[in-house]
Write a protein that binds this ligand. Sequence first.
Ligand code: BGC
Length: 717
Amino acid sequence: MLQNSSSDKNSNQSNDFTLKVEKILSQLSLDEKISLLHGNSKFTISGVKRLGIPEWKMSDGPHGVREEINRDNWEPANWENDYSTYLPTATALAATWNADLAYKFGVVLGREARARDKDVILGPGVNIHRTPLCGRNFEYFSEDPYFSGVMSVPYIKGVQEQDVAACVKHFALNNQEYERFFVNVIIDERTLREIYLPAFDAAINEGKAISVMSAYNKVDGKWCSENPELLNNILKNEWKFDGVVISDWNGTHSTIEAANAGLDIEMGTEVEEYKNYFFADKLKQAVIDGEVDIQTIDGKVKRILTAMFKTKVFDTNRSKGELITIANFKVAKKVAEEAVVLLKNEKNTLPFNSKNLKTIAVIGENAIAKHAAGGGSSGIKTKYEITPLEGLQNKLNDEINIVFAQGYMATTIFDWQKGVIDTGESVIEKSIELRNEAIEIAKNADVVIIFAGLNHHFDNESVDRENMNLPYNQDELIKEVVKVNPNTVVVLISGSPVDITEWVDETPAIIQGWYAGSEAGNVFADVLFGDVNPSGKLPFTFPKKLEDSPAHVFGEYPGENSTVKYKEGIFVGYRYFDTFDVKPQFAFGHGLSYTNFQYNKVNLNKDQINEEENLNITIQIENVGNVSGNEIIQLYIEDIESSVKRPKKELKGFKKVLLKKGEVKEIEFQVNKKMLSFYDVNNKSWKAEPGKFRLHIGSASDDIRLTAEFELVAAVN
Ligand code: BGC
């Protein structure tokens, strides 16, 4: 039997579990080893009772612990104690640009996972937003690789400090949901290295993620779950990942190939009995037949046991966690507060001053919709979710008359097999009626708030949107409402950009509100009335038109014959918009505040560095407006002289600072060789070429306030 002892504790601290792992391994039979390598229910692998190894229990994240389902099917288990905190989804977390909050987010998730007796939380998702249409963008951070990494590292640490393994997904290149089960991604090496791998690299090498989920799709013709280049070469050999590779559910396609390519655990395969999994009886036979070495099996078992030790599975002092506490909901609220992005605010429309208002018209189905349960595997059964209308009612009591009209209604349903189904025809009259009602209440209100956008019929796993349009005739509704009442604010609820070109010019204020978690409604009310000064910034480019997006400009989405070539290469997101001079609706990093920041000056400690030196940058920033506010100062670097084509600029650092009214602060950045490098395919390594570089420092990728140049020279030996 395994048990806790003080020497266990000491070796936990040193993180060296080799001897203990070897000892257990030596006692395991082949059958017992195999039993650890595949699911024995939807979300567990079996333990080995006689040795005190418990079942290893996984649960979906990434923004809350998933509702309990039955062991052997996807139906809810109907428990009464499986409510969790609905945290804002990944795009919202990213929009905070606050790594400390990402850590707190991870802590909540880890705590709640422990309270639900889970060992692994299936998150974060760090796939890059390649197209605005990807149904799972809301579960992923950003279009920028460095930024996705920076936000995922503290998230993982937060989770894992609660004695739960994070599982970084979906490795790799799962950037569209369309044909996700079989699409073959063709990509050049530089693009893979510069855009699609860095977030995984950071999650593993800095975040020390204990597990990774292989993606459904193929890369260069090979399933990700049996892709030796991705799993053995890059992940395990190059990055020295000593954790566990878990297949996505029903994403395993072979026994011998997958076992030898680096997959450790097979989950979710849709067969009648678990013994028919590729990694069950068939794997045992492959070992007996000599097609998979016993050392390969032992390697997998060691990884799993090590993961168990790292998360204190055998310890009596393992974290017990806590579920749906006030503290946890507070974190959800804080994330939502810092996530809200003020996209546009003309004539100081916002914040509203409640003293000047008698009647507010609140319009839109998203004012009363709840989103926690939607989106697919990430759906949450939460204790509560405050809708935007409730948030306003909570805030304003009886002071102000709030009049609500739904304005539009969802005419779609989501079906796992068929995707988004439009049931529209029968409700045309109803839609017109709803719109007219909304126009009427708008006419008589002092101000109008429209909660528009998408829902999880569109932002959903397994489907991509067909276009970037707002569904349910919302464009018509917004245009008509703005016509009768120009004091209209639109709050967009979505995880990806939508086309707003039809009304953006006439609408004075627009907010990106996201799927903002349990406290969403309260937070929106606080932002609208100025109790929270918005500070979020877009973690992706918000294009005017879908046709402006690089994956679509180059015509390689969703691909042909189930093959998609990433022909736009490294020019993803703002790297494309900037370099090719295409003006987006709102740029990457954009987000306004109720105050104004002035960037005063930039100082470099040198104007020349060699490869071994760092450059120190100091900037001075001042809050020149009337209220306190957070600014996110962004540092982009441009390689002026380069032998390869590089983006106009790339994000390499950012700082979030709180400045009181009138306050001035000095902020420092450091630049090193890594930040100047590109991936050199000839030498298969990162390379910083001597020459001139330009620093762009500002409030958004298209709002650069300070620039400076320096030179990189070859190191003198
Ligand atoms: C999703 C994963 C998820 C898994 C288990 C898959 O369909 O792609 O992200 O963790 O199901 O629910």
